[in-house]
Structures are given as C-alpha cells and as structure tokens.
Design a protein around this ligand. Structure first.
Ligand SMILES: C[S@@+](CC[C@H](N)C(=O)[O-])C[C@H]1O[C@@H](n2cnc3c(N)ncnc32)[C@H](O)[C@@H]1O
Length: 236
C-alpha cells in the first residue's frame, strides 16, 4: 500500500479509538463475546492501544497488541506503562506475523484490514486463531460500488488498496476459511465516527498533518450514506 497521510496524522496526534463508533462501540461489541481472564486476545493494528488496555483492565484477559507503525507502538507501550497493565505490545505486520499457530482465543481488528493486503492478513489471522476461536472486525464498507473517480479519491487520501462492499468482505472471510460469518450493520452515520476522540500528541507534528482531520471529516460528510462500516464476526 502507498503512504497514508491519514495514518501519519493518526499516529502523530496519537488518536485513540480511531475507528467508527470509537471505544463506546468496542465496549458494546465485547459485551456479546465470551471473554474472561483466561482469554488470549490479539488486537491487530492496535494503534495507541485503547482497546487492548480496556480488554486487560475490564476482563483481565491476556492481551497482545500489535501494530506496524513505530509511533503507534511507542504510544501504546507508554499507555500500558502509565496504567501498569500487563499488555504485550509488538511491532510487526499482520501480513506476516511471527507468532505460533493457534495462539489466540479471540482476535479483534478495528479499522485495520482496509489498509493491508487482505488475503495475506486474513490468512495470518486465521492461522493465529485457535480452532473455535472468534474473530471480530470493524471495517470500512461501501454501501454500493463507487465511481472510479470517487474510489480513487478515497483510496488516495486514506492510503487504501481497495474499498470493499459487504459482499466483497464476506468473500474474503470465506476464502480465508472462516465460518459463521455474521454482520452487524450500524445505524450510525460515519459523521459520528468517533464520538470521544482521545489524543496523545507527538512533540513535533508536521504542519501538513494539521489539515488532515478536516479533510477526513470533509470526505465523511461528502460521502455520507455511501461510505459506511460493518462489524463482522466469525469463527475458525
Ligand atoms: C485507523 S487505525 C486504527 C487503530 C486502532 N485499531 C484504533 O481503533 O484506534 C489503523 C491502524 O492499523 C495499523 N496498520 C496498518 N497496516 C498494518 C499492518 N500491515 N499490520 C499491522 N498494523 C497495521 C496502522 O499503523 C494504524 O495504527
């Protein structure tokens, strides 16, 4: 994937809960899963680690957070130190992640899969999950196919390889071997993207990054009703 000015913005501003619905929606989703202190959980593309920290604090689960971006990794580690949480944070790519097969009971990815090579990442997620393990993904989804110009505008700004419909996502999950694929469509507009944003700013932020949040909301407003998201849940 090309450079993503949007991901540069998120990492330098240290945006927590950088996914539709923010940490509030994450908490709601987790309530419906069977998670306890014996659960081994992987937070793929954990960003600054807000969800990982919540899983460790609320459920006392054994959590690993992983992210490709060194600034995100540093900020996630600093969060765990600050709150003295025993969460392991690892830098790496989910397209090729050197942990053992069947290590996790539960894997979550929140607004990550659109940024990666999906077949490679889903193959890894499937491999890392125990048999019977659960995978939950909160991902950008278009309600209908886009014109090429609009698709390019979105791909360019966010640094995405593709923008997918619900059907495209399901095909990818099926091809990776997942079963019991369920979809929760949210009523929320993308304009309520992250109702309680959290920032952990770097000391130096490039001037060009200050306009990115504005551009992000501009795109969300312009394509409201077209750009959306889904919560996918499935089982290995
Ligand atoms: C939109 S942010 C979401 C971060 C976090 N899940 C959250 O909700 O706040 C996407 C994250 O995916 C990470 N990412 C992108 N490509 C990745 C890859 N190949 N492997 C792991 N993480 C990746 C980015 O660095 C970024 O932190």
């Amino acid at each position: 994937m090309g450079r993503s000015i949007y991901l540069d913005f998120l990492s330098k501003f240290g945006v927590g809960g950088a996914h539709p619905g923010g940490i509030g929606l994450t908490k709601d989703i987790l309530k419906t899963e069977e998670i306890n202190k014996n659960s081994r959980i992987l937070d793929v593309g954990c960003g600054t680690g807000q969800t990982s920290a919540y899983l460790a604090e609320q459920y006392e689960a054994k959590v690993t957070g992983m992210d490709i971006n060194s600034i995100m990794v540093e900020k996630a580690k600093s969060r765990m130190r600050k709150y003295q949480l025993p969460v392991e944070i690892i830098q790496g790519s989910i397209e090729d992640f050197p942990l053992k097969d069947g290590e996790f009971d539960f894997i979550i990815s929140e607004s990550v899969l659109s940024f990666v090579n999906q077949p490679k990442a889903l193959k890894e997620i499937f491999r890392l999950l125990k048999n019977g393990g659960r995978f939950i993904a909160n991902e950008l989804t278009i309600n209908k196919p886009l014109s090429l110009t609009i698709e390019e505008e979105i791909k360019q700004f966010y640094g995405l390889g593709s923008v997918l419909t619900e059907k495209n996502w399901i095909t990818l999950f099926e091809k990776a071997g997942f079963k019991n694929i369920n979809i929760r469509m949210q009523e929320l507009s993308m304009l309520q993207y992250n109702p309680n944003p959290e920032f952990q700013c770097s000391e130096y932020i490039e001037p060009e990054l200050y306009s990115v949040m504005y551009e992000h909301f501009n795109i969300m407003a312009k394509y409201d009703g077209v750009l959306s998201y889904r919560i996918f849940s499935c089982t290995k």
